[in-house]
Design a protein around this ligand. Structure first.
Ligand SMILES: [Zn+2]
Length: 280
């Protein structure tokens, strides 16, 4: 009975929820945070069913209290925790951004009505469950929080602007990759790759958003293949253990950047001194 009642609360506002999200999304496109091509994904919201569950699937506050399921472009399901039924907007922003992600065409699997997570968003670049899921959540949550609080370029999870955002460890990985290399990677590159469909990747080839992100990461971390290293991270026994592995990797990567920069500066000084000795 309770479930039916809660469902009614959200269902009444379903059209408005989708409309206000669409408006926010349009604004983000107009601000050049999201590529204009992503607007073509908006009709998917018409095939998205909103459900308030009993709290079993969505009880984790640290994960924002929402969940999304996809069945190709034909149908989507967004589940929201009952505690959020009266104020679901922020959680829905996060889940709708998942719904609008770019993905690869996959043959329809008769065993399951849902398309696999591995073919969506940044999972296509960062293979492996830990990195793939972490990068998808990081980008989706960072964009969600920016759509609510502004300041897209402030990625640091410790920043005051980001205090309401969830998926903190995942966002610290995005922060490290975007801002702790020898060169910064614009967060819009991660967002563009998230929304890019397989056909766009094929059409644009070396100019595709995914290719450009991979190249930018190579330039930011010339001393390592970060994509390959991250793809090898293993899932821990618990979420805490998985998070610890991500954190450890971030700290190590930052140390390696500092070492690389120190050696380069050191090398330049030595070369300059040598030049001077030769000249004298
Ligand atoms: Zn999510």
């Amino acid at each position: 009975m309770l479930l039916l009642k809660l469902n009614a609360v959200l269902r009444g506002g379903e059209v408005e929820q989708k409309q206000s999200f669409t408006q926010r999304f349009q604004e983000a496109v107009n601000s050049s945070w999201i590529p204009r091509a992503a607007l073509a994904h908006l009709p998917r919201l018409d095939n998205t069913k909103l459900i308030v569950d009993d709290g079993f699937r969505t009880n984790l506050e640290s994960m924002g209290g929402g969940e999304v399921g996809y069945a190709d472009d034909s149908g989507y399901e967004v589940v929201v925790a009952p505690t959020l039924a009266k104020k679901p907007e922020r959680t829905l922003t996060h889940e709708f951004i998942h719904v609008l992600d770019g993905h690869d065409r996959v043959p329809f699997d008769e065993e399951s009505i849902f398309r696999s997570k591995e073919t969506a968003g940044l999972y296509r670049i960062f293979k492996g469950q830990v990195a793939g899921e972490a990068m998808n959540e990081a980008v989706v949550e960072h964009l969600t929080d920016s759509m609510w609080n502004g300041e897209l370029d402030i990625i640091d999870p410790l920043s005051k602007v980001r205090k309401r955002a969830v998926y903190t460890i995942e966002r610290s990985l995005l922060h490290t990759l975007a801002q702790k290399g020898v060169k910064k990677v614009n967060v819009r590159r991660f967002i563009a790759a998230h929304f890019e469909d397989q056909d766009q990747t094929e059409v644009f080839g070396k100019d595709s958003a995914q290719t450009k992100l991979v190249e930018a990461l190579r330039e930011a971390f010339p001393f390592a293949n970060v994509i390959e290293e991250l793809s090898e991270l293993k899932t821990g026994e618990t979420v805490k253990e998985t998070h610890a592995a991500i954190q450890k990797y971030c700290m190590r990567l930052e140390r390696r950047t500092n070492k690389y920069l120190a050696l380069r500066v050191g090398g330049a000084v030595v070369a300059k001194l040598r030049g001077r000795t030769q000249a004298s």
